[in-house]
Design a protein around this ligand. Structure first.
Ligand code: GLU
Length: 281
């Protein structure tokens, strides 16, 4: 049976783009007789604002979206991420890194999907693990596992190319686990069979596929949908003045009508769905 999820990070109010993402995940589950889950990704260090969760729940109910079971909180699952990281450490695939963002910026000679590409400064060095972040030795992991493939149901079969990220951080200095590790462990723990999310996270799936192989986790199918963008192509964000769902709800707008409009791809003036489903790199 298909299982999808909406997995917001409570570090800002939800906006139309989140509503669209939640509707896509919800409707795919409902159309195929499956389950739709809500996961709160609340381990993003100082950026996480737990007080936003009640707002998110009110927003989703206002949109008319109901999830199956109770919401899952990443903050309640830290032991799972540690256990997964310990397994990777035992395989000799993680190494400690004391580099700051500034160090990485100064040392990088190339850009990766998430910014300056970490050039492997601390790999093969005796770095103090105390207070370090832990990075995945991606080349070593890839050579251990061999070629991997994954399927996005909108863009088709992909060959995994996790090397493009360099040695990603899996355990952060400022947070219990990285997005990549936590999301991969959780999607498996929650039995997610169809990972639906915006196309801005398309490339992350290369890393997630590698982590699944290393940790022996089941492999879902992915569905990376287009993003709602403003004229000019910028992603919707509160800081650029798009009203949040909570603003709309409190102003007395109908959530059901908004859901119907988003389902029908009737977006407010100046907002459109990006065609930008990134395909193979
Ligand atoms: N928490 C992520 C976000 O809010 C989404 C993660 C995912 O769907 O994999 O952007």
């Amino acid at each position: 049976m298909i299982r999808t999820r909406f997995a917001p990070s409570p570090n800002g109010s939800l906006h139309l783009g989140h509503a669209y993402a939640a509707i896509v995940a919800h409707d795919l589950a409902r159309a195929r007789g499956g389950k739709f889950l809500l996961r709160i990704e609340d381990i993003d260090g100082a950026r996480s604002q737990p007080e936003l969760v009640a707002e998110y729940i009110a927003d989703l109910k206002w949109l008319g979206l109901r999830w199956d079971g109770t919401a899952v909180y990443q903050s309640a699952r830290l032991a799972r991420y540690t256990e997964a990281a310990e397994r990777l450490k035992a395989m000799g695939l993680l190494y400690p890194c004391q580099c700051t963002r500034t160090d990485v910026l100064a040392a990088a000679t190339e850009a990766g999907p998430d910014g300056p590409l970490y050039p492997g400064t601390c790999r093969n060095h005796n770095v103090d693990p105390q207070g370090a972040s832990w990075r995945l030795d991606v080349a070593k992991a890839v050579s251990l596992i061999g070629p991997l493939h994954w399927v996005d149901e909108l863009t088709g079969a992909q060959t995994a190319t996790p090397e493009m990220f360099g040695d990603v951080v899996l355990l952060r200095k400022d947070a219990p686990a990285s997005y990549h590790l936590a999301a991969t462990v959780d999607d498996a723990a929650d039995g997610i069979t169809l990972v639906t999310r915006g196309s801005d996270l398309f490339l992350s799936s290369h890393i997630h596929r590698l982590l699944q192989a290393l940790l022996g986790l089941p492999v879902p199918t992915w569905h990376h949908h287009g993003l709602l963008v403003e004229a000019g192509g910028a992603k919707l964000a509160k800081r650029r003045g798009s009203p949040s769902l909570a603003d709309r709800r409190r102003a007395g707008e109908s959530g059901a009508a908004l859901t119907d409009a988003l389902r029908a791809h009737h977006f407010p003036a100046g907002i459109s769905l990006s065609a930008g489903l990134e395909s193979k790199p």
